[in-house]
Design a protein around this ligand. Sequence first.
Ligand code: GLN
Length: 546
Amino acid sequence: MPWNKKTKFIVITGGVLSGLGKGIVTASIGKLFSPRLKVMPMKCDGYLNVDPGTMNPIEHGEVFVLEDGGEVDMDFGHYERIMGISCKFPWNLTTGKIFMRLVEKERNGNFLGKTVQMIPHATDEIKEAFYSVANEEGADMLLIEIGGTVGDIENMLFLEAARQMRIELGAENVLFAHLSYVPVLEAVDEQKTKPTQQSVDLLREKGIMPDVIIGRSRHILEEKTKQKIALFCNVPVQAVFSSPNLESVYELPLIFEKEGLRGLIERKLNIRHKADLKNWQALVSKMKKPAGETTIALCGKYTKLKDSYASIAEALSHAGAHLNARVNLKWIDSESLEKGNSNIENAFSGVRGLIVPGGFGTRGTEGKIKAIGYAREKNIPFLGLCFGLQLAVVEFARDVCNLKDANSTEVDAKTKNPIIDIMPEQKNISRKGATMRLGAYSAYLKEKSRVWEIYGKQKIVSERHRHRYEVNPDYHDLLERNGMLISGTSKDGMLAEFVEVPKNRFFVATQAHPEFKSSLERPAPLFFSFVDACIDKKQTKLQVSG
Ligand code: GLN
């Protein structure tokens, strides 16, 4: 598929070290143009996994789930939350995806006797993926974020494909932005530019001259730092920008706008556009100076790697911004609660609400159940997400319905009361990649239920899913007779999509992951209402907006 002669491309690379926030930078560049221009992000990951769905969150941070069920890199979370868009699975390329397509084509005889090579075949496959997304989406602008750091073997094919694209389409259609690290050496208290100079050298070795350099640093880049980067990296000083440490990452588009990044991109790519960041600015100001605050506990097993729960933390902060309150997160390690290493009262001290997030496997589950039981009995607002719903049902079955051995078969395959069980269509699946119940599914809500109110009295709502197990329908009646309302189900009533305990102030759980659909400008309704329930209205006279 050739280029459509319309889409402009911005390729974003990273230098010096990983973890500089390239995803946030990419999304913030997108925010300068979206939604007035049709801007689509793509992410290229160098690993051989076809998608990150099979990776442990400790390895790779959270697995983000899209509407279409694609399991993608967590940077897609930044794109959706900042740009307010909904992304698609083909927008995430991995070396595994590219190689799988190539090998398939080779076996089908598509290369007609040729030797199949990295260049041109793998690079052509990559460019083909760029052009087909651009064409299918009718994109005005495609942002291509290349994962990893320049100099890695992993991302070389993607860099080479981008280099070729610039030669083929010309500088007025393809722009390179390089994010680098500008450390401050404490002894001299000076922003040091050498790592940036060297990473730009590495990029030039690959035949790529950056048009824009963004320095990730503790503070805004000083004028003399910018001048030095400009001189040594062969760009005008007006093409050097800052990505400083920020209280809220949502502020970055405003910094870019202030430093003139949009104008420079427009001149280079020959586009005209008017930014509209007014609403954004207002929300960011509220986020930075909220009128009140609340503390919410998150009880999970990956509390050491906060990235594993990135979307939940962000969804809470979106809700907080609209409720004019800062949401402090307190991490409760489910394993230490389980082993009795930490005491439940201490864990909950200062806490006004509990979230039990998604999860897999046995480790830490009894700790989560303990936390849910505590919240239910003390009437502390509770939000259960996916595994969090399943464990809330287990806890309720054990403690209220008196099924002492109730469990999920994921945790105890031999339990006599498999109140959470594998979905029938999942039973015979042995392959692990992309085989869960994934993506957007509708739930049918019971009128007058809490979730029906929360979703604005809509009868049908859609949220994203990622699971293999479900509430066993044989137990629906028993749960309801004992005071747990199954307030949302699949169309046939078999899958419990939402449960709640109406007698409590706020005790709601969902089989879905509403955190994946929350963005700063449109917070997820369930998170909004949960955070609202966690705010002490007497202490803080809050103004609710939005
Ligand atoms: N492990 C559970 C399942 O597969 C929950 C999954 C999740 O929380 N995403 O159903």
